[in-house]
Design a protein. Sequence first.
Length: 258
Amino acid sequence: MRIVHRIIELRAVLADRDDEVVGLVPTMGGLHAGHEALLREARPDCDLLVASLFVNPSQFDRESDLQAYPRDLAADAAVAEAADVDVLFAPGVEEMYPSGFATWVDPAGAAIGLEGASRPGHFRGVATVCLKLFNIVRPQIAWFGRKDAQQIAVLKQLVRDLDLEVEIRDVATVRDADGLAFSSRNARLTADERAAAAAIPRALETRDVETARAVLERAGVEPEYLVVADLDGPTLAVAARVGATRLIDNVRLEGEPA
């Protein structure tokens, strides 16, 4: 596996690959079982698999969350190499947002409400950095986790509206033994908070807003939102703070559970 930090270097690696399928798994690092599932899903369909590690400051609405996000290039590189990633792209902030950067993608549509309302500017940051990554890597396919269902809806909208030549594929949410969706934020939970947070997947399993709300209430978890939304199909979506940690999750109400 090759690790590169500069856009010019990555483009040199990717040159003359017109006849190959290039795949991209964008991440912010802190790689866990959910990311491993993305990489496993992607690997068979690619001649060359690129994973990106970039803690994108523009999609954080709280400076404290940005500073708390895990950063361990060596550990993440080990996970990526074990998953047979070909190229790990790990740019710095100055590489992605050089001095004078002033062009942003500000999505509406799927970005309105839910996370868009709770985290102003979040999807502006997501859409901008993903468009940059799509332009830099030029993948035919990019993979994202279904846990971030609204993000997937926003990115599919981005691809459609801007006529990008990349297919967005989603991968089912990966859950721990207690049902909690894998997230880098889970490490911040105390033992008691973790027990309370396990009510979130139990609530979603009911597939009913009012029943789910009752499950959360019994666990002492107050949702920021708990709604059925059209996120690439009818989806029961939730966001809640457990202690100081904000968690999101969702389940499709049609088709295979995710």
